[in-house]
Design a protein around this ligand. Structure first.
Ligand code: COA
Length: 501
């Protein structure tokens, strides 16, 4: 079978193959475009690059862009620089998009990723005019086989007036079969999602699509612009060791089975390191019910520690991608990719008893977490799926290094400058200094634990001083000196350091 026969298995669709420039002409000013892609993985590349060129040549074109989560430079970068993205949902990690959001040229709502497909299907973003979806292949029935991510693609294909498919020949055919596509109905017709174990399959291996909706097919081989991961440094290793020691203790106490419960791990270097630490741990037969599968998952698979990893995308680093492609037949046996509405589903997370591990920008002494807005207002990335899991986990962990910016910022503060995760959801706080188990504690007990176990020694006296003075005020439940609570942030903005001179 020729390469193209294998990738486009329906004769009548071969006539839909066009150039990226021609396909991009389907996207017009004012449209809402829903694209595949989740944490620079499996996003369309050739069509957005062609769209950006039109804007650069002077055409007035502005769109609302929806994706599963962050995408790479060819989509978020090129379209942000060309001024094409006017509205963006629900998550991003690109500098040019971030700058547009923070300088007010891009309207952005930071959303729970599990909510997005439902928002789309109720029409909160208006009509979905075009879906642009990267695919491995198109089946005999017009079904679209995704590549390394699923994200919102099933909902995008279902709702869009027109579908543009980017067949990416750099994506290995061995990925066929790893997807599990299930789209829940809207209430009151929604059924229980029948996942009882991380490895349960409940759907199809392709996205069902009426072939008449496929308006254009573009063939490309541009690879995902995955990002390098930071090396596993001493701080991340210390955080990882605290968590493993804690998990060991919970097993001994009989509160966790020997092979733990399904793990969810956030994005970024710290999250990758925490999971990587499990390679050297005594735990075996681990399972994962997570969002993004990063390099450390490949390590866990290689070490024979994991029986199944369920997620919505595979996003390795640059080196990880080479490794993934080299051994794809092996890794594919351990991985299931689901729509983000299912990978991040609160019902499933609560049923499975997920152990969620996500990263904070700052945490306050009562256990509120800011994962998104630096100094209360500068958007970093977004909360992504972290809260989907945090609120529904059996144990929710938040990790951060105790200081940032060479020690000028304490990541443990009297009051966070923005709240993503509340004291009601955050169960265990971990820094390189230690771990605070907040379960079953009152706010004042939490404050002592967090300051003693997690804060940096440079800031412990300041935190204790604030807390002791707050305790002397009239109200003892969650004591604050309200006029002073955010003064640490103000001092950083004024002087470049939270430290007292
Ligand atoms: N105050 C101000 N800036 C801070 C800070 C603080 N308390 N803590 C960290 N930062 C800055 C760092 O200096 C760094 O800035 P730089 O990029 O200018 O160097 C940046 O935030 C990232 O910090 P880093 O230590 O490199 O952390 P990371 O790569 O582990 O990312 C988050 C941390 C919180 C930004 C990231 O995990 C995230 O976006 N989380 C939210 C989404 C999420 O959890 N998704 C997973 C759900 S499944």
């Amino acid at each position: 079978m020729s390469m193209i026969d294998n990738r486009i298995r329906r004769e009548d669709l071969k006539g839909k193959i066009v150039s990226a420039e021609e396909a991009a002409l389907l996207i017009k000013d004012g449209m809402t475009v829903a694209a595949s892609g989740f944490t620079p993985s499996g996003y369309p590349k050739a069509v957005p690059l062609a769209l950006a060129k039109r804007a650069e040549a002077g055409e007035q074109i502005g769109i609302t862009l929806l994706t599963g989560a962050s995408v790479g430079d060819e989509l978020d970068g090129a379209l942000s620089r060309a001024g094409v993205i006017k509205r963006r949902f629900p998550y991003q990690t690109h500098n040019d998009t971030r700058n547009g959001i923070n300088n007010g040229t891009i309207m952005y709502q930071d959303m729970h990723l599990s909510h997005l497909p439902q928002y789309m299907s109720y029409g909160f973003f208006g009509n979905i005019d075009v879906a642009v979806v990267e695919a491995l292949a198109i089946t005999e029935d017009g079904g679209i086989i995704p590549t390394t991510s699923v994200g919102i693609s099933p909902t995008a294909v279902k709702l869009a007036d027109k579908v543009i498919v980017e067949i990416n020949t750099s994506q290995p055919m061995a990925l066929e079969g790893i997807h599990d596509i299930y789209i829940p109905e809207n209430p009151p017709y929604r059924k229980p999602i029948p996942i009882e174990k991380s490895g349960d399959r409940i759907g199809t291996t392709y996205i069902p699509c009426d072939p008449s909706k496929i308006a254009a097919i573009v063939v490309t081989d541009i690879t995902d612009k995955v990002r390098p991961l930071g090396p596993i440094d001493e701080d991340s290793e210390a955080i990882s060791n605290h968590i493993i020691e804690f998990l060991d203790y919970e097993v001994k106490k009989g509160r966790l089975p020997k092979n733990l419960l399904p793990l969810q791990s956030g994005v970024g270097s710290v999250a990758n390191a925490v999971l990587g630490g499990l390679v050297k741990s005594p735990f075996t037969d681990l399972t994962c019910y997570t969002e993004v599968i990063q390099d450390s998952m490949l390590d866990l698979i290689d070490a024979g520690k994991v029986t199944i990893a369920s997620g919505t995308s595979i996003t390795p680093s640059t080196e990880g991608l080479v490794r993934l492609h080299k051994d794809i037949e092996k890794y594919a046996k351990y991985i299931i990719l689901r729509p983000q509405e299912i990978s991040n589903n609160p019902e499933v997370a609560r049923r499975l008893g997920v152990l969620s591990m996500n990263t904070a920008i700052e945490i306050d002494m009562y256990g509120h977490v800011n994962s998104t807005n630096i100094m209360g207002s500068r958007m970093m990335n977004g909360l992504g799926g972290s809260a989907d899991y945090t609120r529904n986990a059996y144990i929710s962990f938040y990790t951060t290094v105790s200081t940032a910016k060479n020690g000028d910022i304490s990541s443990i503060v009297p009051m966070v400058s923005h709240v993503d995760h509340t004291e009601h959801d955050v169960m265990v706080v971990v820094t390189e200094r230690g771990l605070a188990d907040l379960r079953g504690t009152a706010p004042v007990e939490r404050a002592r634990l967090i300051i003693d176990k997690c804060a940096h020694p440079d800031y412990q006296p300041m935190l204790n001083d604030y807390f002791e003075r707050a305790l002397k005020t009239k109200t003892k439940h969650e004591p604050h000196l309200i006029g002073e609570a955010l003064s640490w942030h103000q001092r950083f903005l004024d002087t470049g350091s939270m430290k007292l001179k």
